[in-house]
Write a protein that binds this ligand. Sequence first.
Ligand code: TTP
Ligand code: MG
Ligand code: MG
Length: 405
Amino acid sequence: MELARRIIAHLDMDAFYANAELVRNPALKGLPVAVGGPRGLKPLPGQAFPTLGQYAGRGVLTTANYEARALGLHSAMPTMKAAKLAPQAILLPADFEWYKTQSRRFKAAVRKLAPLLEDRGIDEIYLDLSEQTGGDYAVAEQLARQLQQAVFEATGGMTCSIGLSQNKLTSKICSDLRKPHGLSIVRPEEFRNIIWPLPVGKINGIGPKAQEKLKAMHVHTIADLAAQAVEWLQARFGETYGLWMHNSAHGVDDREVTLYSEPKSISRETTFEQDMHVRRDRDQLTQILLHLAEKLAKDLERKQRLARTVGVKVRFADFKSITRDITTGQAHSTPESLVLAARECLKKIPFTPHGARANIRLLGIKASHLLTAEDAAHRLQQTKAGGRSAAQCATQLDLGLEDGG
Ligand code: TTP
Ligand code: MG
Ligand code: MG
């Protein structure tokens, strides 16, 4: 169904991990709270919670609530630095199981009111509200408020922020404009007024590197970016990324809200009829790896995905398994590039041709961090494996052993 007006919502939970802690510990309410501390940290005598001042180590914060942000704390800040800024702020260890529980709760509550939901990770979702609202922003605004209320009730008091616009890109920018507990609407005709004054980094996909490069060319705001000719951007950032930047700056983004849940990873493995020796059966292992990579490449093609991360799994005769993976900044989809990546992983496995790690009973290969071609195009460059065939790549299969013997 082609609608004259699409309305897409982006919903993002506010200070998610920190607020999840507040739900089960209301005594934290109103206090600055950071998450990401070590597990065993005990409160000092006379205090109810451990504080940042007690921390020594090299960790980083996962997040901080808004009271802590007022003191300068934020996600990914080195915890020692945070401790200097706000020694009195509370520091809690992360409890992912609890955050996942709260994540499921808020998504289930949203899905009841707005079923066209795309899961974008632990604390955010996109919703296609076009049909439900008939493209009417007033209706969408009401629905968004109902969603905020439903999330609040389902999670025991957690708030979220919502952006409403005609596409994902704009709604993602928009959900961040009035945090926490914000609701922002950018109608198509308001794009220039509201979005153009913002810095380019607000566009999801223009990371620190691209920002630096743009800054050096005196492109600071989204309006500055929009003012550049598409050819100018393409000459400096490549065809695909340049075009994508240009479209983004003009609020053009046709990506659909995808309803099915994304596969997190795809893997192929095989258990041998007889154990194989890492050195003596090297040729056969090479063939098996190649075969697995071909199957995995077909799986990826069927699912229309590319893999940022490739991993291998080896199970030894004693049933102990080792896995290794690599993320190279490239996207893998062909048997050639999967084999090359798998080979790098195998190099990291400590085989002992004369010891316990010599005989293998299982070999597996896994693709994860899956991207759509579109995601990959503007985030990564695709590997071509230097034009070599899969068989050529596999011939050089390196099990981390010296030749011969
Ligand atoms: P975000 O939605 O980016 O941040 P947030 O929910 O904490 O705060 P905001 O109100 O600005 O949305 O990330 C969601 C969770 O993901 C966050 O609570 C903790 C985790 N996270 C990390 O572990 N490391 C990081 O660097 C970031 C950005 C988030
Ligand atoms: Mg959030
Ligand atoms: Mg988020």
